[in-house]
Design a protein around this ligand. Structure first.
Ligand code: NAD
Length: 212
């Protein structure tokens, strides 16, 4: 099947890295096939959803056989562009930002934080997790079109002006950890990660949909 023609729903696309990571481990352990039940158990996605997701990839599991691990892996590699590393900038080297820099997403991923910015003179000039920290004043000097993604871990009240500058420099996607709602032009994608909301929603589900 022609990979270029595959149009995957967003919810499915979001689960791809999860599947990919698990299948890579399976492959490394020498497994050739996997059932949707096994996958479901490992990635905690129900097996009906997995079957539907995989049908978009042209992978139709056979009863009693499951899915071909090699086929899926080569599909995911192509779709996720694993050979190409996407460079990321981080703004705000505080508690959260420092944790991300130390973690740096390389282990199972195709993204890498390559530079960070802060206004705190005590942090500027340091390397955190091997990543250089520059002063925010130098944003325009260092950030170019090769860096399409930025992570925002600054105080909420400075999030918007920094976002405007990031967009001006050619950033296309922003992972926003601040509580601020960001205004961006239509072609810019913002993913807002609000841990308080996530936590609340978890508590809600526990309360209203308790496990048997
Ligand atoms: N720490 C958490 O667990 C957590 C969880 C959810 C959301 N958040 C949100 O993430 C953001 C960061 O949280 P934190 O705990 O890391 O805060 P923090 O105060 O530890 O870090 C903020 C960092 O941003 C820097 N900064 C301030 N103004 C700046 C500017 N104009 N340009 C660049 N850098 C600037 C500060 O010097 C500091 O290093 C906040 O908006 C917070 O609400 C934090």
């Amino acid at each position: 099947m022609n990979h270029e023609q595959v149009k995957i729903p967003q919810a499915t696309a979001k689960r791809l890295p999860l599947y990919y990571r698990f299948l890579k481990n399976l492959h490394a352990s020498g497994k050739q096939r996997v059932s949707s039940a096994e996958l479901s158990e490992a990635v905690k996605v129900d097996s009906a959803t997995i079957r539907r997701d995989f049908s978009y990839f042209g992978a139709l599991g056979k009863k009693g056989y499951g899915y071909n691990v090699n086929y899926l892996l080569s599909f995911f590699r192509k779709t996720l562009d694993q050979d190409e590393i996407t460079e990321v900038a981080l703004v705000g080297v505080g508690n959260l930002g420092t944790a991300f820099l130390n973690y740096n997403f390389m282990k199972n991923n195709n993204t890498k934080i390559v530079m960070a910015f802060d206004v705190d003179e005590a942090k500027v000039g340091l390397k955190v997790g091997g990543v250089p920290v520059y002063h925010l004043d130098e944003l325009e000097q260092h950030l170019n079109k090769d860096i399409p993604v930025a992570i925002l871990t600054v105080p909420a009240h400075v999030a918007q002006p920094i976002t405007d500058r990031l967009v001006k420099q050619g950033v296309k996607g922003i992972l926003n950890f601040t509580p601020a709602r960001l205004n961006v032009p239509e072609h810019i994608r913002v993913h807002h990660i609000d841990l308080a909301v996530e936590l609340q929603s978890l508590v809600y589900f526990l309360k209203h949909y308790p496990a048997e």
